[in-house]
Design a binder for this molecule. Structure first.
Ligand SMILES: *Cc1c(COP(=O)(O)O)cnc(C)c1O
Length: 381
């Protein structure tokens, strides 16, 4: 089955009760048993629920895996992966990481005796310097936020295999429409389904997909034992969103490309960060491992000040100033004062987060309206 069919039909079946084409929202915590000790498919909704199960099956299909495990948020999914580890274990992670992931690693799991190394992975061989006998997990996020660096998943996977280390890839930005990490050698794919998979900014959810049964069994155990599950209503919404993932992503890519090119030619813009440009430092890797460049990009202005960025953001009318990304509507954000405010200014500058840097999550509106909006906002600033 091709990807564009999987979004609609992948591992999906009409409901057993009445043949409903969309999985009903099984809003129930428990299930009647005919006699004591009867073994049933469903017994308690923390352990499993038919609506969540339908979503988990869909996630597995999209990522070309065998097992999907859904959680209350992207961070709850990451939390479950970290619980595969024990005190003394070491993790090598991408350095320009989603802020919430960094916070979970350093402020929760470091306290439980897990050691983290944050490494610039665009030069893959650097990873080997940090491998010890205790290294159990490599954590990759690509493209990175907000600088849109690209990490070569296949090369990292070959190092991980050589040393018998688990590799997890956060595939939130690319989605399985553009990039399928399990096919490139990753063991676990992680999603914040809050973003493109849900796609409509109406839910918070996370997911994991794996191919190997032993890892899946352990993750299902953690899902049930720790209990950070998503509810049936949200599972339904995520499934509904996934059915249009391929058409939405196609438009996100088209609009993203048009806006990246427009901004790149604008006299007030100093730099556009978008992996589709030939001059992007990791363009060849993006071309190799992704089937398109997505709808995320960042740009800075010649007059590199917070005031200029604020003026642009205030003047935007179609783009909404907001956290998050991946919805049908276009959003704009200011990393230096929003998502990355907790990083000291000097460290921010080192990774390229200048004062004027603006991050765009390009939506699926008419691209002319989006470009005109950016034009008037830049002209007025
Ligand atoms: C949003 C996000 C997360 C966290 O997911 P939540 O659903 O907000 O918990 C993790 N990684 C990336 C890349 C994200 O964008």
């Amino acid at each position: 089955m091709k990807f564009n069919t999987k979004t609609i039909h992948g591992n999906q079946h009409p409901d057993k009760a009445y043949g409903a084409v969309m999985p009903p929202i099984y809003q129930t915590s428990t299930y009647a048993q005919k006699f004591v000790g009867e073994l049933k498919e469903y017994s308690y909704s923390r352990s499993s629920n038919p609506t969540r199960h339908a979503l988990e099956q869909s996630l597995a299909s999209l990522e070309n895996g065998l097992y999907g495990i859904a959680f209350a948020s992207g961070l709850a999914a990451i939390d479950a992966v970290m619980k595969l580890l024990k005190p003394g274990d070491e993790v090598i992670s991408t350095s320009d990481l989603y802020g919430g992931t960094y916070r979970l690693f350093t402020q929760i799991f470091e306290g439980f005796g897990i050691k983290f190394h944050f490494v610039g992975m665009h030069h893959v061989p650097t990873i080997e310097k940090y491998i010890t006998a205790n290294t159990k997990l490599i954590w990759v996020e690509t493209p990175t936020n907000p600088m849109m660096n690209i990490i070569d998943i296949e090369s990292v996977a070959s190092i991980a295999k050589q040393h018998n280390i688990l590799l997890t890839v956060d595939n939130t930005f690319a989605t399985p429409y553009l990039q399928q990490p399990l096919n490139l050698g990753a063991d676990i794919v992680m999603h914040s389904a809050t973003k493109y998979l849900g796609g409509h900014s109406d839910l918070v959810m996370g997911g994991l997909v794996v191919k190997k049964k032993d890892i899946a069994d352990r993750l299902y155990f953690i899902q049930n034992a720790s209990g950070a599950i998503c509810g049936p209503q949200d599972s339904f919404l995520a499934l509904r969103g996934i059915k249009t993932l391929h058409v939405r992503m196609q438009r996100h890519c088209e609009n993203g490309a048009a806006i990246a090119r427009y901004l790149n030619n604008h006299p007030k813009v100093s730099k556009v960060y978008w992996p589709g440009f030939k001059q992007h430092p990791n363009h060849d890797i993006a071309q190799k491992q992704m089937s398109g460049y997505g709808g995320m990009l960042s740009f800075s202005t010649n007059n590199d000040s917070i005031e200029v960025a604020m003026a642009i953001l205030e003047n935007l009318k179609v783009f909404t100033l907001a956290e998050s990304l991946g919805g049908v509507e276009s959003l704009a954000g200011h990393p230096a004062t929003m998502t990355h405010a907790s990083i000291p200014k000097e460290d921010r500058k080192k990774i390229g987060i200048t004062d004027s840097l603006i991050r765009l999550s390009v939506g699926i509106e008419d691209v002319e309206d989006l470009i005109n909006d950016l034009k008037q906002a830049l002209d007025a600033s």
